[in-house]
Write a protein that binds this ligand. Sequence first.
Ligand code: G1P
Ligand code: ZN
Length: 543
Amino acid sequence: MNIQTVPSSPFDDQKPGTSGLRKKVSVFQAPHYLENFVQSIFDIIGAVPGSTLVLGGDGRYYNREAIQVILKMAAANGFGKVLVGRDGILSTPAASCVIRKYGTFGGIILSASHNPGGSDGDFGIKYNTANGGPAPEKITEAVFARSRALESYRIVEAPDVALDRIGATALGDMAVEVIDPVADYAELMESLFDFDAIRAMIRGGFRLRFDAMHAVTGPYGGEILEKRLGAPAGTVINGEPLPDFGKGHPDPNLTYAHELVEIMNGADAPDFGAASDGDGDRNMILGRRFFVTPSDSLAVIAANATLAPGYAAGLAGVARSMPTSAAADRVAAKLGIPCYETPTGWKFFGNLMDAEKVTLCGEESFGTGSSHVREKDGLWAVLFWLNILAKKSLSVEEIVYRHWAEYGRNVYSRHDYEGLPSDAAAGVMAHVESQFPALPGQRFGGYQVKFCDDFSYTDPIDGSVSTGQGLRIGFEDGSRIVFRLSGTGTEGATLRLYLEAFEPDPAKHHADAQQALAGLIGIAHDLSQLKPRTGREQPTVIT
Ligand code: G1P
Ligand code: ZN
């Protein structure tokens, strides 16, 4: 095996964000950039020689090239075997599933999730540990520190490995095993949900659409929804994965999944609509002319979990990220199970799931999942909803209204201000925080401030502390305003404003969320001076 040690100089910007290292494709294409980061990962994780690694990505531009580089570096760094998805493809939840199923040392996932792809789009890379989940901060920080000192990397000199056929080949002393990207994941889904009941519902005339947004879930949706569950061909739309996602923005929300939204609002709308993102971990759930907020989706799944065979024994607990609404907390209270509030990002759920403290978890950002893997899981959420619909024989809308009637409605919205100059965004945050000492007890219209803080979290399992996770202003009636800066963007800063108001009265549950939240939105703008400070009159995206 011809191992080269290639001299290189450190980069100072390889700090992983909310979910791995994300940069423009052109940044990753710079000489040694990808290689340095991969070598930093290998140096830190300390895999024993002969270990197995999982490798795959969402198929975006530069996926193929990066896979070949990483395979050659894995061989040079002493791995014994790499399980790689055919054509370098694995959705993020499927990668997590494969790591766990085959007990590998860890895995590398290539994705920038919902960020646009193509030669001028984004690329990303992250490391997942043996539990199948994103590496915790102590690893990502050590990788960053290593990347700032790295002076060379190791790579074998060899021709590219053919990845289009299932089976094993040798790369130096390492085996490269090309696996079906869908099979293990589909088998896991079949073990969790009542496929017979869903099949019968579809046979009985239930209609659905799944928008894969030209991203990784096309083949997964095709195999599971159309082939195994018998939905007619055409149920999966935009099902062909493309390196630039068909020039779309593969984020399943009301703005970017507009094709699906139009179908679901149309005259002959199907009963159920869903979409997933670039790497398959996000989901959006729609009924006929009805949007289910991700926070409500988590709560509805929690309340009905035992209808799915994989969850028939009940839930150990639930967890939600801090900005996610407290709808799930209400379900947990009724079920008599714990509900944990964690910082934004899936990596904070891993410890709770490993310690069997929680079964379900979710984020307001279209992420829902459970301990079946250690990533959020888009298609899993879709199947959970189909399972619930099949068992309850109600429409999506009826299920949600009945849920609110029982638990009350946590009216919720998120306003994103994308691409702001970093100093303007930081100025808004500083301005809000500067008022904290005087806010408690103050009244704004009908709202009285109960508390305000910069959210920090002490992990109940390992005691690690994460600070600076978002500015919270809580009101006496349980309503909330949260300001937070995104940790996943690659250009400028994105400021997120999260708004939540609790409405116990079923007579008011039909209200439009933006109208119901208008009072809180006004308070948020008064307090933050967001408009004058950023020059933005409107959010870029409202969900
Ligand atoms: C965003 C979401 C967050 C999610 C992350 C990765 O992070 O808000 O909930 O875990 O993407 O999908 P942010 O850009 O807010 O840091
Ligand atoms: Zn994603």
